[in-house]
Design a protein around this ligand. Sequence first.
Ligand SMILES: [Mg+2]
Length: 352
Amino acid sequence: MSKVETKSKLKLSFEILKLRTKHPFGISYGSSSDSINVLVRLQYGDIEGLGECSPASYHMESPSTVMAVLDDLSKKDILGDDPFAIQEICKRMDKAIAGNYSAKAGIELALQDICGKIVDKPLYQLLGLSGMPAPITDFTIGIDSLEMLERKTKEAIDDGFKVLKVKQGTSYDRQIIETVRKFAPDIPLRVDANGAWSPKQAVEMSKFLAEHNVQFIEQPIPKYAHLDEWRFVRENCPLPIFADESCCRATDVARLANVVDGVVVKLAKTGGLSEALRLIHCARAHNLKVMIGCMIESSIGISAAAHIAPLVDYLDLDGAMLLAEDPFDGAVYKDGYMALTDRPGLGVIPRK
Ligand SMILES: [Mg+2]
């Protein structure tokens, strides 16, 4: 890897990254086979850093808002000429444009990638995480017909997945669990309702889920549920409760700390790795469990998250495995774990 001798300007370019899932991917907000992300390229001398933006409509972002934000940030010339000034650049981005964290995540990931390439080390080494074990990742079974759920569960077991996560938020949630359990009776199972239940429904469902040996429930009630509703669910639910959509940044942790058992960290919500680390440490300080999750994304976003995986209890990094074709090669699934390569930075290269 060539080193940059004199300071160059960081040059930003970006393009639509069209992804297609193997099967239509259904969650309580809707179902689709297409996921449109945005690929970020940051050029520094002859080094290119890659980043990925994975916008979600339920976080008020879309590919077009991401493109508009990136366009605006590139015109404002706030990237400067020092890729190691990551904190300062993040600060400048937040000052220039509020929110829009998936767009900002793309830039931060590309900066981390460049820094790793300059010093010729993988990101996890730079973060001091060498040699630390990471948890097993789960594989998600999206909402589908019972017939398809049967097929998807069998496929997941045949593919060797060791933990499954099941999406909920339908009129036949109990049958979904029964179908999955029929073909995967002993596998550790977790459930994600993506905010689809009322507090009362969540409590009722949690009792059923506990009988089916489910580990925990992610986002049982809506993103903007009142803290009293979270408290009601937690006090009456036999299973641990995790906040995903309701917990985006480190500042959300203190508010939720006494009404949930854990939080889900995603780079698309935090705006990149720096805030993800703050969120993890903040959650730890409040004695909360932590899971790293993902969107439907390529190996760029998934690999970036895999670098900090040793810091959490649970892993849900299956976004690239759900794809029919992953345009990038990075962290690979190996016997339950996301194995990172020794390549520098994020360790991601385009697939030929
Ligand atoms: Mg979730």
